[in-house]
Design a protein around this ligand. Structure first.
Ligand code: PNW
Length: 503
């Protein structure tokens, strides 16, 4: 419950966009079915035994590829008005470029039509880390300029086909992962970092190149979408970033650490569409390692996001490192990620969720007041030109589910209930009390899924997935999530909204 009783009477407008999210490799299964090509994650999960903590793969997971009709029917019954999946590039184009896979197209045709027939609006991510292996093998995927046109062709194909049903397109899930994956994977890999974009080798150069071509690919698609295709919806990418506060608010080094965290995470990508170029801080730190955009590219990039989407899960206290920015800039081990900070978790509103004891993910603490402050910081300080903000993912993992012996206990996920209650209250307060134009929020995840390096062992779902029977069971948090919107408002699902689907 909110600590401030006056928040209880706040409400959301009818057009507030909300729902649940997932991604192709994390839920679909059917990894080898119906002409799909392999992605870098198929390779990783199958080749590198031990890389995924429980040695699970995306081969089956929730079999959403086969069970989507039931999934959408259930979401419709529950009253979830928007669903945010990703589509699989190697299902459409098994080799990344070249011939289209008709079975993959027929599949996603039916996925879209089923959603629409159920009155659910699709919010589609075009790329959620499942880089076609063929492109990785042929030229290193995101580290090479050729990826821009291959991605452009894929994106054009999908958007042209489904745009009339899709109000929001995300070109990329969390391009920040260009920087966050360790280049020495798999040899001596540091688990917890995702080979999402380029995988494995290349170091600092690869990270910077990946970020560069991802920005260009996004901007090229967005420009085409508005100027040539004249799409009906809105287009942006999903940022990954968490909230930072200075550990000691009177320490200049700590304040600097906060600024650098924001700039090197959100600013790297968001700064580009805000300014049309890399920010002064990035340029000052990375110097000639940073490639230049041409004037034409700058024009294309600037303003290429229709709104700001942020996957925001948690918050931290940042402390400056000894020697400050100068020491960090010369740090050769991670020069592309010089936040110059060490961070620790914060329960800023005093909500006592311990880290490793109560939470499955070391990076994830329940810090609900953080989202209110974060939304204010994004709208008022970091990106003042942004029209509106959608929290495109937030969620909480509980570790004890796997240890629990009864289904009842698994479904009684009271930490997650608390997380969602408090997080949503703070989004509402940011919007209504603080005047931040937040227009949507999506919970991660629709059900337990393949959590990358944690495999099936970490569960973010609002529905429990029985991995043997593949049945889905709503957890307490699902009902709490739905009840919250029932009480506070927001979009409503309606079969009346279901259009007669004709592709
Ligand atoms: C998101 N962090 O990634 C991804 O989009 C999902 O695919 C993933 O399943 C989900 O979060 C849960 O992990 C993130 O360290 C991973 O702050 C890590 C962070 C944020 C987002």
């Amino acid at each position: 419950a909110s600590s401030d009783a006056s928040l209880n009477s706040l409400t959301l407008p009818d057009d507030f966009v909300w729902g649940l999210a997932s991604s192709a490799y994390q839920v679909e299964g059917a990894a080898k079915a119906e002409g799909k090509g392999p992605s870098i994650w198929d390779l990783l999960a199958h080749r590198d035994y031990g890389a995924v903590s429980d040695n699970s793969t995306g081969d089956i997971v929730a079999s959403h590829y086969y069970l989507y009709k039931q999934d959408f029917a259930r979401l419709a019954k529950l009253g979830v008005p928007y669903f945010s999946p990703s589509f699989s590039w190697p299902r459409f184009f098994p080799f990344g470029s070249g011939p289209v896979n008709k079975q993959g197209v027929a599949h996603y045709d039916d996925v879209i039509l089923s959603m629409v027939a159920n009155g659910i609006k699709p919010v589609v991510t075009l790329f959620h880390w499942d880089t076609p292996l063929a492109l990785f093998n042929s030229y290193g995927a995101w580290t090479d300029p050729r990826i821009v046109d291959d991605y452009f062709n894929y994106a054009k194909f999908v958007i042209s086909r489904y745009d009339k049903y899709v109000p929001i397109w995300y070109t990329f899930n969390e391009p920040q992962y260009c920087n966050w994956q360790y280049e020495n994977y798999p040899a001596g890999n540091s688990k917890g970092n995702y080979p999402a974009y380029h995988n494995i080798t290349g170091g600092i150069k690869a990270r910077i190149a990946c970020s560069h071509y991802t920005i260009l690919a996004h901007a090229k698609v967005a420009k085409w979408y508005h100027e040539e295709f004249k799409g009906n919806g809105r287009i942006t990418f999903k940022n990954s970033g968490n909230y930072y506060e200075a550990n000691n608010t009177s320490s200049a080094a700590d304040i600097d650490a906060v600024a650098r965290n924001f700039e090197f995470v959100l600013g790297w990508f968001g700064g580009c569409w805000r300014d049309g170029d890399y920010s002064p801080m990035l340029k000052a730190t990375l110097g000639s390692m940073l490639p230049n955009f041409t004037q034409e590219e700058k024009t294309m990039i600037k303003g290429s996001c229709d709104f700001f989407a942020i996957d925001a899960y948690t918050g931290y206290l940042a402390s400056g490192i000894k020697g400050g920015s100068a020491a960090c800039a010369s740090n050769s081990s991670h020069p592309a990620f010089p936040e110059c900070a060490s961070s620790s978790s914060v329960a800023a509103d005093g909500f006592p969720l311990g880290p490793s004891a109560d939470n499955a993910m070391s990076w994830l603490y329940s810090t609900p007041i953080g989202i209110r402050r974060f939304l204010n910081t994004i709208a008022k300080t970091l990106f003042p030109t942004v029209s509106d903000i959608v929290v495109s993912e937030f969620g909480f993992a509980e570790p004890f589910e796997g240890e629990q012996t009864s289904l009842t206990n698994i479904l009684w996920d009271l930490r997650r209930v608390d997380y969602y209650q408090n997080f949503l209250d703070n989004i509402l307060a940011a919007k209504v009390v603080d005047g931040v134009n937040v227009t949507g929020a999506f919970g991660w995840a629709v059900y337990d899924n393949f959590e990358w390096f944690s495999g099936s062992s970490v569960k973010f779902g609002l529905q429990y997935l029985n991995q043997t029977s593949l049945e889905r069971y709503p957890k307490a948090s699902m009902f709490q999530f739905l009840d919250w919107f029932k009480a506070k408002g927001g979009a409503r699902i309606s079969k009346d909204n279901a259009t007669t689907p004709l592709l």
